[in-house]
Design a binder for this molecule. Structure first.
Ligand SMILES: Nc1ncnc2c1ncn2[C@@H]1O[C@H](COP(=O)(O)OP(=O)(O)OP(=O)(O)O)[C@@H](O)[C@H]1O
Length: 230
């Protein structure tokens, strides 16, 4: 589903004229197969978020190639990446990225609006999603009126409402208590059984435990080539 070939990325830091190159990823190659749960692990600063940002088109690699379902997307422009993300990818960010002026309901509805889904179709789909993540009673709450775990679940619902074939998540269970985390993980497994592919950055052993494969980033490289089998 995703093939990464010889991907490298450097940031350039410091003042113009005296900028320094900071290489973060060095010649990274791996694949994610359809229907897999892949965990990206590695120490703080090892380049996990950078890798996910590259796979999402938010930043461009210094060199190398990214293929999405056999299509070379490396040189896609902004609007091609935006279309690809809307069609194919759901996101869960570490910091939720919910819109503070919108209720839980409105946040979850947003991708439907962006995709142009008919207004009469939307309430049913949003309500179903609210129910799935156990937040039916909180539809009219603003993000500031929700706990961290509830906000996390809203961001999950928003990421899933368009039924994307693949979900990218940065620490998806970061602010959940153990019980809510387990519920969310079994929800992920259920979606995975229905065919959804997951690529998740995690420090959490319980998340890594449901992964089919772990990709370990260390020193800018993918450790053990194709990742470590569970
Ligand atoms: N926009 C940026 N400009 C310059 N350097 C950056 C930028 N973003 C990240 N870095 C650097 O790149 C390296 C990798 O950062 P990244 O956020 O990808 O790591 P990470 O593995 O996700 O870390 P964490 O687990 O702490 O979230 C770090 O050394 C960081 O300082």
């Amino acid at each position: 589903m995703i093939d990464v070939h010889h991907l490298s990325h450097s940031y350039f830091v410091g003042k113009k004229g005296s900028q320094q190159e900071v290489p973060v990823l060095k010649d990274v190659s791996f694949s994610v197969e359809e229907g897999e749960i892949v965990a990206i692990v590695g120490r703080s600063g090892s380049g996990k978020s950078t890798l996910l940002n590259l796979l999402s088109g938010y930043i461009r690699p210094t060199s190398g190639q990214i293929e999405f379902r056999g299509q070379d997307v490396t040189n896609y422009n902004e609007s091609q990446w935006a279309a690809l993300r809307l069609e194919q990818v759901g996101f869960i960010f570490q910091s939720f990225q919910l819109i503070p002026s919108m209720t839980a309901y409105e946040n979850i509805e947003l991708p439907l609006v962006m995709k142009g889904v008919a207004e009469k179709e939307r309430p049913q789909r949003v309500k179903e999603m609210l129910e799935k993540v156990g937040l039916s009673a909180y539809a009219d709450h603003y993000p500031s009126e929700l706990s961290g775990g509830q906000q996390q679940r809203v961001s999950f619902a928003r990421a899933l409402i368009l039924h994307p074939p693949i979900l990218f998540a940065d620490e998806p269970t970061g602010s959940l208590d153990q019980e809510t985390e387990r519920e969310l993980l079994s929800f992920i497994q259920h979606l995975n059984e229905e065919g959804m592919t997951f690529v998740m950055i995690t420090h959490d052993e319980e998340v890594a435990a449901i992964a089919d494969r772990t990709i370990l980033l260390d020193g800018g490289k993918v450790h053990n080539g194709e990742g470590v089998a569970r």
